[in-house]
Ligand binder design. Structure first.
Ligand SMILES: [Zn+2]
Length: 158
């Protein structure tokens, strides 16, 4: 299956986010911003201290481990109240969803990351191929951990 770089790098945001929470804990569960284009992507999460180099390495390793597991991903379309009942505030980010929205699309990597998201995603984590964190910095004044990454590997050639 051929998946576009845009879809791979966007899906990688969800995988990286799951890895961030696994290594840094629930204190890092609020995303402040995210973007992706081509093979490049970025994610910023709220966090109360600067992570160590070792923690950042573990985050990259955990993300790549989840990719190697080739986990099937899920998309659910359901009433917002049902989504909240199932997953609570974990489906949300710091940037708010329109209050009028009564139905939501939820992207779920079971046991790893769940988030309201209407974009296109890989059907399995393995399609992402790999994640390399190219740059990260901690902005103490804003309590933000900012990460830039590239998805690695080429479709079909592993
Ligand atoms: Zn998404």
């Amino acid at each position: 299956m051929v998946t576009s770089d845009d879809v791979r790098s966007h899906t990688a945001i969800h995988i990286l986010k799951g890895a961030v929470v696994q290594v840094l804990g629930m204190g890092a569960k609020w995303s402040a911003s995210a973007y992706s284009q081509g093979i490049h992507g970025g994610l910023a999460v709220q966090f109360d201290r600067k992570p160590t180099e070792e923690e950042m390495q573990r985050i990259e390793e955990a993300a790549n481990q989840k990719i190697r597991e080739d986990t099937p991903t899920e998309v659910h379309e359901l009433a917002r109240s049902d989504a909240e009942a199932l997953w609570g505030e974990d489906i949300y980010d710091l940037f708010p969803l329109s209050a009028e929205l009564k139905f939501v699309k939820v992207f779920n990597i079971p046991g790893w990351n769940v988030n309201t998201c209407g974009k296109q995603h890989c059907e399995r984590t393995g399609e992402v191929s790999g994640i390399k964190i190219s740059k990260w910095r901690y902005r103490a004044n804003k309590k933000l951990l900012e990460m830039s990454f590239d998805v690695t590997g080429i479709n079909g050639s592993g």
